[in-house]
Design a protein around this ligand. Structure first.
Ligand code: SF4
Length: 337
């Protein structure tokens, strides 16, 4: 049962990166990486942020974690505003939000044994004191991520990619986090290992009531893991819906294009593939009006001048940023005999 009150609330988040040039190093342009996104995540819930490379989804995760300063907007963790918190006040909040990155090999110190990798956050955040207590908790973390206890003396290079990602998850759990941001956490893994890690995350969520913010470029990856999906395009959320609605009754033309590339398990059916024209425009100079208008097959005059707001479509929980009330593409069509 997912509680009503969100653990994480993000309101109007913006992250703009200045580009400096000229003799004086003055700001000559800005990268509008994230340009006003609003969402929340509850305990026990997975929200996936999905979009093409460069849409700003990883920047959202890093801004929440305060790896980047926020340009504008507010971030609340369990009701406490954290985007403007001092470093001293932020420290106890940091242990409650942890991250699992795409490449566990580069994020694990190759010269440290697993015991030390997991002991570090336990001791830094005061979760364990003394060698015996640290070892006991490290072994408990190994149990949680289903790695053998006797592997704590090994180095990262002695593990497979999937096992290294389990170590990354154990490290995120060590300080007692209740929000874990998974930034392309399974993207580098092959299909069967990816499924194992997704199942592990789902089991840990059930067991510990974790809130997961799952960042991925691939809708197929999140389909069996997520409760809700936010689709991002060029710094903005263009559609937000629960999983079932998004995968069966999406509204936004961009979501429909992404979905059309997801393989359909039924071999007798195929999706109508929607190929988008052109490349994603530069976030330095995003298009006026609807940011998707340069690639949208349904563009009309209003789209070029007026930005569509994220608005309820059918129900309050399904939001889409498109001027059209109905977009007639994306249904699964039977394959010709
Ligand atoms: Fe396409 Fe216009 Fe809708 Fe944007 S607002 S997605 S350009 S139809």
């Amino acid at each position: 049962m997912i509680p009503e009150r969100p653990l994480l609330e993000v309101n109007g988040l913006k992250k703009h990166f200045p580009i400096r040039g000229g003799m004086m190093g003055q700001v000559t342009a800005k990268v509008y990486a994230v340009d006003g996104v609003t969402f929340d995540v509850r305990r026990g819930e997975t929200l996936s942020i999905v979009g093409e490379s460069g849409c700003g989804k990883s920047t959202v995760g890093k801004a929440i974690l305060r790896l980047y300063d926020v340009t504008e907007g507010e971030v609340y963790l369990d009701g406490e505003r954290i985007d403007n918190m001092s470093a001293a006040r932020l420290r106890p909040m940091r242990k409650r939000m942890q991250v699992v990155f795409q490449d566990p090999f580069s994020s694990l110190n190759p010269r440290m044994r697993v015991r030390d990798i997991l002991a570090e956050p336990l001791m830094n955040f005061g979760m364990a004191h003394g060698s015996a207590e640290v070892t006991r908790q490290v072994e408990a973390l190994m149990d949680k991520v289903r790695l053998p206890r006797d592997a704590i003396g090994r180095f990262p290079h002695e593990f497979s990619g999937g096992q290294r990602q389990r170590i990354g998850i154990a490290r995120a759990l060590a300080p007692g986090a209740d929000l874990i941001i998974c930034d392309e956490a399974v993207s580098a893994l092959d299909v069967s290992v990816k499924a194992q890690i997704i199942n592990l995350l789902a089991d840990l969520q059930d067991e510990l009531g974790l809130a997961l913010l799952f960042i991925s470029h691939d809708l197929a990856t999140v389909e069996h893991l997520t409760h809700r999906v936010a689709v991002m395009y060029l710094g903005k959320i263009v559609e937000l819906a629960d999983r079932r609605t998004l995968f069966s009754a999406s509204h936004h033309p961009y979501t429909k294009a992404l979905l059309s590339a997801v393989p359909v398990p039924d071999p007798t059916a195929k999706r109508q593939r929607i190929i988008l024209k052109g490349d994603v425009p530069s976030p330095i100079n995003p298009p006026r009006g609807c940011r998707f208008h340069t690639r949208c097959p349904f563009v009309f005059d209003r789209c070029r001048t007026e930005e569509p707001l994220l608005r309820p479509i059918g129900s309050a929980a399904h939001m889409s940023a498109c001027h059209l009330d109905k977009v007639p593409v994306g249904e699964v069509v039977p394959q010709a005999a």
